[in-house]
Structure formats: C-alpha cells, structure tokens
Ligand binder design. Structure first.
Ligand code: LRH
Ligand code: MN
Ligand code: MN
Length: 388
C-alpha cells in the first residue's frame, strides 16, 4: 500500500532547475525563429525563470551558461535573482563557440588553445564563488571527424589534465558534473561519448566529480534507467539535463517524446532514495523551445517531470518486490504498469492547491498577463544563446 501523505510530501519537496538559455531565442543550424518578448539580458532570463517558479512552486533555481550570461557583477545578479525568489544554480561552461575550438578545446592538440579552454573552466569556478553555486557543469564538444585526425589516447590524457586542474580549484561544497554526449558536433569520435567515459574520469578525479545524464545524448534504444541505477549504486550520479528526443539531440520538452521512459528513470531515482534535494542530485532541464512559446513550455516540462515522479512514487514497492521474488513476471510488470497508468493529475492539482498555487499552472500563466507584458516591454530584444 502506498502512503499518499508521504507521496505528497515528496512531491512538495521536489526541485527542478530551469536553464537560462531555454528562455532565449534558439533554433536549429538551419534557422533561428525569433519570438517577441524574449529576454534581452541575463536579468530578464532570471525574471522568466522566477515566473516559472511562481506558477509551479518547484523550480527555485536557474542555471547560467557562460559567456551567454556574462555580466560584470555576479554578486549583484545573484542578489537580483534572490529578490525575485530564485537562486543561481549550475554554472555551465562554453568551450564550443569559439573559432579556436575547431579541433577541440581541452583536448586540442595545441597547448595554447588547451590553456585558453582550461582558463575558461577556472573562470567559471570563480563565478560560482560569487553566485554561491554548487555545480560546475562541463560539456565538451571535443572530438574528431575523421579516423586518424588525432590520437584518441592523447586526447584522453589532455582531457584528464584539464579536468584535474579544474577539480583542484574547487572549494567548499563545489563539485564538477561531467556531461557526456554520443555525437555532435564531432561525428567520428567524441572525447566524452558515454556515461562510462564520464564515470571513469569522475572516479579518477575524486568524490566531488559526478556524472550528468542528458537524456537526449544517447544512441536510440539506450536503456537510460539502467545507467541511473548503476550510477546511483556507485554514488556517481550528480545531475540530469532533462529533455526529449525523437532522433538526435532534439532538446524537446521532457516527457513529450517518451513519458514512459521518464517514468522509468524517475522510478530508479525513487528506488535509489535520490529524489530528496538533500541527496544532492540536480534535476535540471536542458531544452530549446524553437517554435512554441517558451515560458509555458517550460512550465509544461516541469509538470511532466512532476507527473512522472508522482507515478514513480505510486509504485507499490511491497507488491513489486513480492512479485519479483516469487518470479511472477507478469504480476511484477502489472504492478509497475498500474502505477504508470494512474492519472496523477488530480493528485498534483491537490499538491499545488495545498501549497497555495493554482492547480493548473499553464492556465494560470496564460491568465496572468505576463506574456502580454514581456511582449510589450521587451522591444528590440536580441537573441541570446545560439547564433547570438
Ligand atoms: C550539449 C548540451 C550541453 C550544453 C547545452 C547547451 O548538447 O546538452 O549541456 O551546455 O547543450
Ligand atoms: Mn545538456
Ligand atoms: Mn544537448
């Protein structure tokens, strides 16, 4: 039997971090469709993130991407965010948008370019000191397009050296989240292509380094929940970049393409006792809203994570264990599917009402007038993020 009060408490305590870049204009490599009312600077992205938090109640942190969110005074930006009711979350590094990085950043054969990339990582750690951020999120676009282009092993050595330098700079509760991605922009070999590579580097670095799983960064049919279970068992899972994919790194709304996969992932989180923010996993979104309005899409995404979590919490663990241990394949599967097939929307509406929120955050946002206001106020908005 499931303890409904405990389920509600867990849902109330859940935290989801939103990405500053999802509020900005974005697109594909073919076209960026600009939208009216998009933020013109980091402050306006933070204001949009605070709006998402106002309507959902579970998104109190916003991740920054440097230099997309570069400002002169990060302490002032942090104070501005706090005034709006949100915190600065993970600091994301960007060593993928400079001409110098054509052949790689921290794995580049040129020592001068490696120095420049590593210095950027150190700069991001300095920024974390000013924003009070715990997490440094590293993703390297590094890789090669052609067999023989560079030495695969040397590139691993260069990567390890840069990671070590950054790791040794961490203080207090700061930590490194190392993200992996199978391909793109490199097509033949990526330097951190999978969770195993990330895990091995994190293990070598020490306990402040953990793996970030971006749900869009795998080969089709990869069993992501297995990766979650494995890394939790090793205490090496640090974060998620949630999004959905149909084909490649699509960055669509999480839970849109495959809500069942999201449920299976969240079940492993619940099973591993890792949902509570005190456990230390950062549940982040990493999405781009190219053709839809951004703020309601992010609210929808937060709700999709909540729905998958609620279903995961509703799995009758006792009945499941009993069926598993007696080898009752069909009953075990039925218990699992019963939870997935539960309509949890009324439960989540209740959780929101209990928290003093509107039970329907998207409708409440639409009624609020915020969308009309940003469209009127933010005239002449420039693009932030991709193709800026
Ligand atoms: C790479 C990635 C990584 C970047 C973000 C913008 O595909 O997922 O997390 O920082 O996109
Ligand atoms: Mn990502
Ligand atoms: Mn990605």
């Amino acid at each position: 039997m499931t303890d409904l009060a405990a389920v509600k408490r867990a849902l109330t305590a859940q935290r989801i971090e939103t990405p500053s870049w999802a509020y900005a204009n974005s697109g594909t490599r073919f076209k960026v469709f600009t939208q009216p009312g998009v933020p013109r600077n980091p402050e306006e992205k933070i204001a949009d993130a605070a709006t998402v938090h106002r309507f959902t109640g579970v998104a109190p942190a916003v991740a920054l991407h440097i230099p997309w969110d570069k400002v002169d005074d990060y302490r002032a930006l942090t104070a501005y965010a706090r005034d709006l009711g949100v915190e600065i979350g993970a600091i994301n590094t960007n060593v993928f948008q400079d001409d110098d990085y054509k052949l790689g950043s921290v794995t580049n054969p040129d020592a001068g370019i490696r120095r420049k990339a590593t210095d950027h990582l150190l700069e991001a750690i300095d920024i974390m000191g000013q924003t009070g951020s715990r997490d440094l999120k590293l993703w390297f676009s590094d890789g090669i397009n052609y067999p023989g282009q560079d030495d695969l092993r040397d590139r691993q050595d260069r990567l390890a050296a840069a990671l070590r330098e950054a790791y040794d700079r961490l203080t207090g509760d700061q930590r490194i989240l190392l993200e992996y991605k199978l391909f793109e922009p490199a097509f033949y070999a990526t330097d951190v292509p999978d969770w195993g590579t990330s895990y091995a580097h994190c293990l070598e670095l020490g306990e402040r380094a953990t793996v970030c799983i971006d749900t869009g960064h795998h080969a089709p049919s990869t069993n992501i929940e297995f990766i979650v279970a494995f890394l939790l068992r090793q205490k090496k899972l640090g974060a998620f970049d949630f999004n959905s994919r149909f084909y490649a790194d699509d960055d669509l709304m999480v839970g849109a393409a495959d809500p069942f996969q999201l449920f299976r992932i969240m079940y492993e989180i619940v099973r591993g006792g890792a949902l509570d923010p005190a456990y230390g996993i950062a549940f982040m979104l990493d999405q781009c809203h190219n053709i839809e309005r951004k703020i309601p899409a992010i609210i929808r995404s937060v709700m999709n994570v909540q729905e998958a979590t609620a279903k995961a919490l509703l799995v009758d663990r006792e009945a499941l264990t009993k069926a598993q241990q007696s080898g009752d394949v069909l009953e075990a599967n039925a218990v699992f599917m019963d939870a997935y097939n539960t309509d949890v929307r009324p439960l989540l509406a209740e959780v929101r009402t209990d928290a003093g929120l509107d039970p329907d955050p998207v409708a409440a946002y639409r009624r609020s007038g915020y969308d009309e206001k940003i469209i009127a106020d933010r005239v002449g908005g420039t693009q932030a993020g991709w193709g800026a």
